[in-house]
Design a protein around this ligand. Sequence first.
Ligand SMILES: [Cu+2]
Length: 275
Amino acid sequence: MFLRKSGIGAAVAALMAFAAHPAAALPVEWGLGFQPSASPVMDQIQSFHNLLLWIIVATCLFVLGLLAWIVIRYRAAANPVPSKVHHNTLLEVAWTLIPVIILVFIAVPSFRLLYFQETLPTPDVQIKAIGKQWFWSYEYSGSAAGFTFDSLGLSDADAKAAGKPRLLGVDNAMYLPVNKVIEVETTAADVIHSFAMPQMGVKIDAVPGRLNKTWFRATKTGVFYGQCSELCGSRHAYMPIELHVVTDAEYAAWLAKSKAEFAALENGATRVASK
Ligand SMILES: [Cu+2]
């Protein structure tokens, strides 16, 4: 998936990869725009982004046109005697009011999206992501679960051997069911981290001594990757997030297996030697 080419060849290859795998869960070299959405929140983020893009393009073209017109029409060579005109009430009211109207127009979908992100639906599954220097621990609570495990990024060699993407694959991935509301609580054990899953439209700080909450609902099965997105120390780049979104039956099987594996450990957590 990571293409090792350069120039136009890479761009074409990336575009082809993008077209061939619309649900590709990885960033690609020369890729443009967001990773494909896999949650309702990310759907809305992308459509809001696209709306803003058109507004920005139109604004930039309009300002560029005005500048070009003024530079050419009112250049010194064509105007040996400079104009002394100042103040134009109509113009001044217009250039105040029009941006206000544009901002109000943007504010409506912006607040709607913010409200959608911040209003947690009733969760089907609750997990807690605990940021640590430099890995994540995941706590699965509830009667069917009740275990915690550590999830460490793989070394380059281990990632290659496991067929996982470099700097994104982990030893113990987290599993969650598809089309279920997942409530994610975040906190941290040492410094501030940030739990970010681009395809789920999730990015939320994990702060020591505090509990933050967000949610997502994965709309398709597959493997999704994220990374810590708050500069948290020298190995900040080596604490990825690997999420497997699976069917209910596969999730139940994983829960049973993980409960036996992780809850049996003395402290309820497993530590794999850091690579
Ligand atoms: Cu971190």
